[in-house]
Design a protein around this ligand. Structure first.
Ligand SMILES: [Fe+2]
Ligand SMILES: [Fe+2]
Length: 291
């Protein structure tokens, strides 16, 4: 597709998302919970994790501004009119749900990391800015896919438990907004590669940086969050097939960065991050239950 058409298509997608998916009001939620203790035991930790990640959207916006000092209109409209207003409501709604379940409110982590600041300083150079931009889109695609999958699991689980009210007025409406975010990042990353915005050395550096810095959603390069994510993987049953999950959440970068690698079906650093999280969670369990 010619360059102009692709960009017009992305801009239209953003506009449509804004029109079709206004932020979910807190007042639309039916807070009826049949068995709060059972929901807390089954999904409490995961809801807490997701509430924190959603509430961290304001830090993500700061990071974006650090990384992309010359952000264009489509990206600006996406994060300021669509993405941030939707995600912050997801966070507030999930946080209220977890206090309804008798848990503590989430503690969002709002500091922009040193790593991002360094990359941001370098991003004033145009060739680095383009690398940072592709990394930002790839991170978005992978994290939004993780969100979709997590909400799918929770929604299915709540239905089996007979928790119709919170499944239908909390998890499903949130779940419906995530694929549009994923599509935006996927289209934007794909357009950059199709338009050959990056030269071979820049793509090479992007691969190296992805290998060195890939993190699962909400782990923020911190061991305690990685262990928390390991528990999410455990509670949602993701740990039964980590390779299948790595394939799902790595599909976009596999196609855009690693298509030439024979026999590789997902980037190995994604499986490594998953294993690390699961191991840290198991180690934590062993530490708190000495035998
Ligand atoms: Fe969200
Ligand atoms: Fe999202």
């Amino acid at each position: 597709m010619p360059r102009q058409d692709t960009h017009a298509k992305i801009a239209e997608h953003v506009q449509r998302l804004g029109e079709l998916h206004p932020p979910i009001p807190l007042s639309s939620v039916d807070r009826t919970i049949e068995d709060p203790a059972a929901v807390k035991a089954r999904f409490g930790h995961t809801i807490d994790y997701l509430a924190r990640v959603e509430l961290e959207v304001d830090r993500n916006v700061l990071e974006l501004l650090v990384l992309l000092p010359d952000v264009d209109d489509t990206n600006k409209t996406f994060y300021s009119d669509v993405w941030q207003p939707q995600e912050i409501q997801h966070g507030l709604i999930l946080d209220r749900l977890q206090t309804d379940l008798g848990r503590e409110p989430a503690m969002p982590h709002m500091d922009v990391s040193f790593k991002i600041k360094i990359l941001g300083a370098l991003a004033n150079l145009k060739p680095i800015q383009d690398i940072a931009k592709l990394m930002y889109f790839l991170t978005g695609a992978s994290t939004e896919r993780q969100a979709v999958l997590a909400y799918n699991h929770i929604s299915a689980g709540l239905k089996v438990m007979g928790e119709t009210a919170i499944a239908e007025t909390i998890i499903n409406p949130i779940k419906q907004q995530e694929p549009g975010h994923f599509a935006f990042y996927n289209m934007s990353a794909s357009a950059m590669v199709a338009d050959k915005v990056l030269k071979p050395w820049q793509l090479f550096l992007t691969r190296v940086l992805r290998e060195k810095s890939y993190g699962l959603v909400g782990t923020n390069s911190r061991d305690e969050f990685k262990a928390d994510m390991g528990r999410v993987a455990h509670d949602l049953g993701i740990d039964a097939d980590l390779e299948g999950y790595a394939r799902e959440i790595g599909r976009v970068e596999q196609r855009l960065l690693w298509a030439d690698k024979q026999g590789m079906t997902f980037p190995p650093y994604i499986l490594k991050a998953l294993r690390e999280s699961v191991d840290l969670y198991r180690e934590r369990g062993l530490a708190s239950h000495p035998v």
